[in-house]
Design a protein around this ligand. Structure first.
Ligand code: ADP
Ligand code: MG
Length: 362
């Protein structure tokens, strides 16, 4: 049975509907990441699950029990916020044990839990300190520890790494991954950062404007995005899109070049239909010379990252395209080059945005 079952969930603030009918199952022990752009409703979803907001309609079932209208304190869920929300006047020991004392747990049991949690999170040496005397990363570890001691049915994280600097964000991300391997606790983790989603999740749920766009393992979403939104949202640098017109069994590009569609792609019946060819930077090649199948382009920006170089080119009539080339490729801004397009290496989307074709995965 799913640990958490979300059925037809909606939420409106006054007349504005921000969650527009979400159905979702989160399994026992699963690390589920809610990913989407700012304002798409991720935090609202988490607050509805936690009971910090009332649902407008729909149902929440935790281990089969209807918790839709249960008070937050009765849901056995623990939330870790971006802002940490530690008690500033209490030291780490008291911050960690506060909820257990409130629940009237015997002191010996509290001490044992505290010792175990402090050891797991490397907080032993910091127990007497107040939050003001801790670094951002240490504060976040205390906030996580405060959730762990409660042994909740589900951990809820809302952008827990956003206030950390880049190096600490990576370190804490690895720590959260390790904690999940150790505790094996069901987790819902909200982020707008695709790297966090790709590296932490068993299952990613992509949100957009209060709706779910796609649910699946990270690599499946990356390789087989259900639509243009997911395709564009996942992947760095982003997928490039070129509009093509269906013309007598081939795909016509701006400028007149015709490409053969892959055999596995069923072309729309209506002649003149527009499709969108989606190419990740490694699904297109940059040529130094023209060929009959290549599109002329101009190099606008060159980003050298060391082992790889990303080249941003403009294609007359087709817009910008990003191409990955070797780190030591001598390409320079202003160069005239040619894009070698092979539709079967890329993705094809219908005018509606729905995916029609993905390249085979090797
Ligand atoms: P995310 O966490 O994905 O950035 P949120 O869930 O915070 O997005 O917000 C989703 C939408 O709901 C936003 O348009 C936001 O302005 C709106 N919203 C969130 N909370 C409230 C509230 N208490 N009152 C009115 N609108 C809200
Ligand atoms: Mg948010």
């Amino acid at each position: 049975m799913a640990q958490l079952e979300i059925r037809d969930l909606t939420k409106s603030f006054d007349a504005t509907e921000v969650i527009k009918g979400v159905n979702l199952s989160i399994q026992d022990h699963e690390f589920c990441v809610f990913l989407g752009p700012s304002g798409c409703g991720k935090s609202t979803m988490l607050r509805l699950i936690a009971g910090l907001e009332d649902v407008s309609s729909g149902q929440l079932l935790l281990a089969g029990q209807d918790i839709t209208h249960a008070p937050a304190a009765k849901r056995n869920l623990a939330m870790v916020f971006q802002s940490y929300a530690l008690y500033p006047h209490m030291n780490v020991r008291d911050n960690l044990s506060f909820a257990l004392k409130l629940a009237k747990m015997p002191q010996a049991q509290i001490d044992a839990k505290l010792a175990r949690t402090a050891r797991t999170l490397g907080l032993d040496a910091l127990l007497e300190r107040k939050p003001a005397a801790l670094s951002g990363g240490q504060r976040q570890r205390v906030a996580i520890g405060r959730a762990i001691v409660r042994e909740p049915a589900i951990f809820l994280f809302d952008e827990p790494l956003s206030n950390l600097d880049a190096a600490l964000r990576i370190q804490t991300r690895l720590e959260i991954a390790r904690l999940h391997r150790e505790l094996h606790a069901t987790t819902i983790y909200v982020t707008h950062d695709q790297v966090e989603a790709m590296t932490l999740a068993d299952k990613v749920v992509i949100f957009n404007g209060g709706r779910v766009e796609q649910v699946g393992p990270p690599l499946t979403l990356f390789q087989q995005p259900a639509n243009r939104f997911v395709a564009a949202f996942l992947g760095m640098p982003s997928m490039s899109f070129i509009d093509v017109t269906v013309d007598d069994g081939s795909l016509r590009l701006p400028g007149g070049l015709r490409l053969l569609p892959p055999a596995a792609l069923t072309l729309p019946a209506a002649p003149g239909s527009t499709l969108s060819l989606g190419l990740r930077p490694d699904q297109v090649s940059l040529l130094a010379q023209s060929t009959p199948q290549a599109l002329p382009c101009t190099v606008e920006v060159v980003e050298r990252l060391g082992s790889d170089t990303y080249v941003y080119v403009s294609v007359p009539g087709a817009g910008p395209v990003t191409v990955r080339v070797a780190g030591d490729d001598p390409v320079a801004v202003g160069d005239q080059r040619w894009l070698d397009l092979d539709v079967s290496r890329g993705h094809v989307f219908a005018d509606s945005g729905q995916a029609l074709y993905h390249p085979a995965v090797h």
